[in-house]
Design a protein around this ligand. Structure first.
Ligand SMILES: *[C@@H]1O[C@H](CO)[C@@H](O)[C@H](O)[C@H]1NC(C)=O
Ligand SMILES: *[C@@H]1O[C@H](CO)[C@@H](O)[C@H](O)[C@H]1NC(C)=O
Ligand SMILES: *[C@@H]1O[C@H](CO)[C@@H](O)[C@H](O)[C@H]1NC(C)=O
Ligand SMILES: *[C@@H]1O[C@H](CO)[C@@H](O)[C@H](O)[C@H]1NC(C)=O
Ligand SMILES: *[C@@H]1O[C@H](CO)[C@@H](O)[C@H](O)[C@H]1NC(C)=O
Ligand SMILES: *[C@@H]1O[C@H](CO)[C@@H](O)[C@H](O)[C@H]1NC(C)=O
Ligand SMILES: *[C@@H]1O[C@H](CO)[C@@H](O)[C@H](O)[C@H]1NC(C)=O
Ligand SMILES: *[C@@H]1O[C@H](CO)[C@@H](O)[C@H](O)[C@H]1NC(C)=O
Length: 473
């Protein structure tokens, strides 16, 4: 059963990859280019690694790095042993690949690739490929950086992704170090919002790399790291299973475009705990094909809040279910908890609970937008992603009075159903104008009196909903 599921998932992802003109397809293309190192079991570490003139070599526990490689008791693969310099200038890509391949092929049960403290490593866009023999830890105690901006990006490298982990089962990315995406020059490209001449937005290709991407991998932990200033999303998980993100800090300026903190899609069994994210876009964004996601104790903001969607773009089918966001804080954000879908999509979002969330000066603390559209001229369609069984409980704090604190804008043909509110208390951050909640085609009820009260929700179920119209996924 399970295997056939995985096979189906793998096949559907493969076809998805064929049809998506995005990272996925590009990736397959790249994989072939890279196959030399995937197929090369004989990449042995150089017998005499380049004599290391690295800054604090004297403090290194093992000056002759070669011993590290053979040190079966620690299973430690220090990138410097493989020739990495870490002076913040030298391109250390090849050394990292070699460290990866050696660790990946090693028979020891748990291998640690060490990026040591006190060094700053520059590496190009790279795909670290599995499967590996057993679990693997990439311990980043130093600093990791890509080349600085589009001008320095090697022409033959993907501009859509920087560090990619592909087909890995059992990996932990951890450490006390820093991943610095050096995004500033990418954010200023003339194609980015208002960055063209005289504050315009120029047309044309606008690719900017995701900092860390996990693709078709499972049993992953990301823990303790700081990551800042990604050119685009900081983390992206697609086609992954069993992901645990714990105690990470993500920072980017409030005006940095598309710098989502953690984006997941086609990814299941996800836990995101005890983390702090401030950036210029969604704190966490949940795309199509995600289920069983638990988000707990995260602090978001400034930024765009926690988002399910956008879903159903280009008439696509999206299935998202069993999502919990709890015990969290969202501050100075454009949105709090948001579900956004495009007209014309299909599938459903169901079984979502937002509980115990504190809002501080948030523009749209609670919002469902089934008319999501970037161009402002999307026409209404008869199909839409069905939104149902959504619980909002114990959501308190303040909102920015430019927008109503609650907005449920649902499709005429596919209304939202079973929206439940309890213990909601949202007050204006400034002034005392309490705006009325907005509802359109929204069915559900308030279990307790809310502040402000919601009188606009419709009771029961809509006439038009007859099982057949709805795609329950
Ligand atoms: C192997 O690693 C352990 C732990 O880091 C260390 O104590 C030991 O000295 C190392 N052995 C060699 C031969 O380098
Ligand atoms: C890009 O070109 C350089 C030099 O020609 C080569 O060493 C490197 O492997 C290439 N990288 C990719 C991703 O093809
Ligand atoms: C998950 O990865 C760890 C090592 O990181 C490994 O010990 C464990 O067996 C893996 N679990 C599964 C289900 O593959
Ligand atoms: C930018 O604005 C200035 C002054 O208004 C104008 O002279 C110039 O042509 C504009 N440049 C472009 C590219 O629109
Ligand atoms: C919540 O997360 C923060 C930031 O990581 C951490 O300091 C705090 O201890 C966490 N709280 C709980 C109850 O785990
Ligand atoms: C919902 O997801 C959680 C993990 O977040 C999981 O423990 C639970 O079993 C899931 N519930 C259902 C009904 O699948
Ligand atoms: C789409 O439907 C909504 C709700 O009926 C309506 O407010 C909006 O004007 C419509 N948009 C267009 C482009 O027709
Ligand atoms: C409404 O949604 C809640 C939460 O997902 C669920 O427990 C309940 O069964 C749903 N009610 C109906 C009538 O479907």
């Amino acid at each position: 059963m399970r295997h056939s599921h995985i096979l189906t998932l793998a096949l559907s992802l493969y076809f998805l990859a064929l049809f998506l003109p995005t990272q996925a397809r590009h990736h397959y293309h790249k994989k072939h280019k890279h196959s030399y190192y995937h197929n090369a079991p004989e990449i042995s570490p150089s017998p005499a690694p380049a004599p290391s003139n690295a800054p604090d070599d004297a403090s290194s526990p093992s000056p002759s790095g070669n011993e590290n490689y053979h040190n079966a008791s620690s299973n430690l693969f220090d990138v410097r042993t493989f020739g990495a310099i870490g002076d913040g200038i030298t391109d250390d890509t090849e050394s990292f690949k070699m460290a990866w391949d050696t660790a990946c092929e090693s028979e020891s049960p748990v291998k640690v690739i060490l990026v040591p403290q006190g060094f700053s490593f520059v590496i190009q866009s790279t795909i670290f490929t599995g499967p590996c023999k057993g679990g693997l830890v990439l311990k980043v105690d130093g600093t990791l950086m890509p080349p600085d901006g589009p001008e320095s990006w090697p022409k033959n490298n993907s501009k859509r992704q920087w560090l990619v982990f592909y087909r890995i089962n059992g990996m932990s990315l951890e450490g006390s170090g820093l991943i610095d995406g050096r995004g500033a020059k990418w954010w200023d490209l003339p194609c980015k919002p208002h960055k063209g001449p005289n504050g315009t937005t120029s047309p044309g290709p606008c690719d900017s790399p995701v900092a860390i991407r996990f693709f078709m991998s499972s049993n992953l932990t990301v823990q303790g790291l700081r990551i800042k200033n990604s050119p685009q999303f900081h983390f992206r998980f697609d086609g992954c299973e069993s992901v645990h993100v714990e105690s990470i800090y993500i920072t980017a300026p409030a005006l940095s475009p598309n710098t989502d903190g953690i984006h997941i899609e086609n990814t299941n069994d996800v836990r995101i705990y005890n983390s702090v994210i401030s950036n210029g876009d969604d704190c966490v964004s949940i795309g199509a094909g995600c289920h069983d996601v638990d988000i707990k104790n995260i602090t978001c903001g400034p930024g765009h809040g926690i988002s399910i969607g956008s879903l159903g773009n280009h008439n696509s089918r999206a299935c998202v279910s069993n999502i919990t966001v709890r015990d969290s804080v969202i501050k100075v954000a454009d949105n709090g908890v948001r579900i956004k879908t495009w007209q014309g999509g299909s599938g459903s979002v169901s079984g979502v609970t937002f509980s115990n969330i504190h809002m501080e000066s948030v523009r749209n603390p609670i919002i469902i937008d089934q008319f999501y559209c970037l161009s402002k001229d999307c026409s209404n369609k008869t199909s839409a992603v069905f939104v149902t069984d959504i619980v909002y409980t114990n959501i308190k704090g303040t909102y920015d009075i430019r927008h109503p604190p609650m907005r449920f804008a649902c499709s005429d043909s596919v209304p939202c159903t079973n929206l439940t509110l309890s213990d909601i208390e949202l007050l204006p951050a400034q002034g005392n104008i309490v705006l009325d909640p907005f509802c359109w085609s929204a069915y559900g009820n308030s279990e307790t009196l809310t502040i402000p009260p919601v009188f606009c929700m419709l009771e029961g179920l809509p006439q038009s909903i007859s099982g057949n119209d709805i795609d329950h996924c």
